[in-house]
Design a protein around this ligand. Structure first.
Ligand code: NAD
Length: 498
């Protein structure tokens, strides 16, 4: 059986803790590898490597640091098919979808090629008599990233690209469910010219995470995953004096106004609801048609499209979506569909019991549609993270707006309308981080920043964009006087620039 270890000090190393976790092929249910789960000592070894390598990297001029990312981007493009296939083989999503995952990370690497400009400080000449004042941004030292299974390419790159470009060393703790791609990315970073010890990948579970959160040499922690763990990581990191940004779960709504282009809205819902089998933090899982007539038209048009979704393993080039990631995820999603039926929602398309010939043990769930869902139901309140779309009917715009406003999560939201006034009012009033106007998955591009509100995010700086440069650096402000010709004695009052 293939064993996946760690990547420490510029090379692959085997795990030594004696603990491992199974890595499945989600399409067949077979165990295809074992991933090592790090001990506290193994995490510490990675930190020691990072600590030794980091000062020289921080002292490397920013153009040279940027050149590593120029080369890395080139390597990602050269290896795209291999990387996407590796990702799909453990995650289960289609290879084209995996390419999207990698490209969204690659774009963050392109963004940080501008690090000489992005990390420039501020300078004020003549802030006082013969006084200049300047602020510089210095790396935090060692940063760490803890990432979820659903974007094993994009999310590690959201974190390590800006952290490393800013002059930090980095410890990545990827999801134990699809650990191979992050290791491959680290190998390519070395090929691109990154010195050993600057990017370390430590596989593991709660033991490794807790070791990160309490390690005295790690200055900043970035987390993406489910809300309970995000809350835990944020609190524990803060208690241990680290800066932290932690992103959690989601329940993203799409409001469909009566004037919306219904074909566009339906196609958008198909991609955003069922792409990647709904395992995206920006997936749309709630459709809110405004008015009975809009709702009837929506359900009528969605139903045949959901029934004819092409579901298959990642090797099926024509598949619209693949299986869920694990047996646990499969059981959980099926259980929530059962719950929706018990709660009295109308099950229009039932994805339970979907079987694919030759892949009977795979974790496939068919596209599922519930109508007449109400806000008190568990299937409305819970993040399902599967190919399940709930229709909540709203009488008017205010009632529709109220739904995402009152929901626990605040990651993304979309409105479909031809009415500019309604769209503008919506974007202004909604208490959610990322808004789509006739755009179903409004994931901001690398030069803007990504982050939700409410229980979808803990901390104040977002992923990528200029926020990421702030997160991975500390500000130092220098006040300098070169007082040739200025005579002054001791000053005992608070200095001011009178
Ligand atoms: P998860 O919370 O189970 O795992 C995330 C990371 O935390 C993994 O590296 C895992 O090993 C670690 N972890 C798990 N349990 C832990 C524990 N008890 N203590 C310490 N660490 C622990 O999330 P997942 O299932 O991998 O990913 C899906 C979730 O991530 C969904 O809720 C989804 O919405 C969310 N997500 C959010 C965003 C966002 O940007 N807001 C993006 C992608 C995914």
């Amino acid at each position: 059986m293939r064993e996946i270890g760690h990547f420490i000090g510029g090379k692959n190393v085997a795990g030594t803790s004696g603990r491992t976790s199974d890595v499945f092929n989600p399409a067949t249910g077979e165990v295809q590898a074992k991933v090592a789960l790090a001990s506290v000592e193994e995490l510490r070894a990675a930190v020691e490597n990072a600590k030794t390598a980091q000062p020289k990297w921080a002292a490397t001029n920013p153009q040279r640091r940027a050149r590593v990312f120029f080369k890395f981007v080139e390597l990602l493009n050269q290896h795209m098919d291999e990387l996407a296939t590796l990702l799909s083989s453990e995650h289960g999503k289609t290879v084209e979808d995996s390419k999207g995952d990698i490209i969204r990370g690659l774009e963050v690497c392109e963004f940080v090629c501008g690090i000489p400009h992005l990390a420039k400080g501020e300078f004020t000449e003549g802030a006082g008599p013969a006084i200049d004042m300047y602020s510089i941004r210095q790396p935090v030292g060692i940063g760490a990233g803890i990432t979820p299974f659903n974007f094993p390419g994009m999310i590690p790159m959201w974190m390590f690209a800006p952290a490393i470009a800013c002059g930090n060393a980095f410890i990545l703790k990827p999801s134990e469910r699809d650990p191979s791609l992050p290791i491959r990315l680290a190998e390519l970073m070395i090929e691109a010219g990154l010195p050993a010890g600057i990017l370390n990948v430590v596989n593991g579970d709660k033991t490794a995470v807790d070791a990160i959160l309490t390690d005295p040499d790690i200055g900043a922690v970035s987390f993406v995953g489910s809300t309970p763990i995000a809350r835990y990581v944020y609190g524990t990191a803060a208690m241990n004096g680290k800066r932290a940004q932690c992103f959690g779960g989601a329940k993203n709504h799409m409001i469909i106004m009566p004037d919306a282009d219904m074909d566009q809205a339906v196609n958008a819902l198909m991609g955003a609801g069922y792409g990647s089998a709904g395992e995206r933090c920006m997936a749309i899982s709630v459709a809110v048609p405004v008015g009975e007539e809009t709702a009837n038209r929506l359900v009528e048009k969605l139903t045949p499209k959901i029934e004819s979704l092409r579901i298959g393993p990642y090797t099926d080039e024509k598949a619209d979506m693949g299986p869920l990631v694990t047996r646990d995820a499969y059981n959980r999603v099926n259980g929530l569909i059962d719950r929706g039926v018990e709660e009295g929602a109308k099950l229009v398309v039932d994805g339970r019991g979907f079987k694919l010939q030759g892949y009977e043990n795979g974790y496939f769930v068919g596209g599922t549609l519930f109508d007449n869902v109400t806000p008190d139901m568990d299937i409305y309140k819970t993040e399902i993270f599967g190919p399940v779309l709930s229709v909540v009917r709203a009488k008017n715009y205010e009632e529709a707006l109220d739904l995402p406003m009152k929901h626990e999560y605040g990651n993304g939201v979309a409105i479909y309308t031809r009415d500019g006034d309604a769209a503008r009012d919506f974007a202004s009033r909604i208490n959610i981080g990322m808004i789509g106007i006739n755009v179903p998955i409004p994931v901001p591009l690398a030069y803007h920043s990504f982050g939700g509100w409410k229980a979808s995010s803990f901390g104040d700086l977002n992923q990528h964009g200029t926020d990421s440069i702030k997160f991975w650096t500390r500000t130092k402000t220098v006040t300098a006087r070169w007082p040739s010709g200025i005579k002054s004695g001791a000053e005992f009052v608070m200095p001011t620039m009178k």
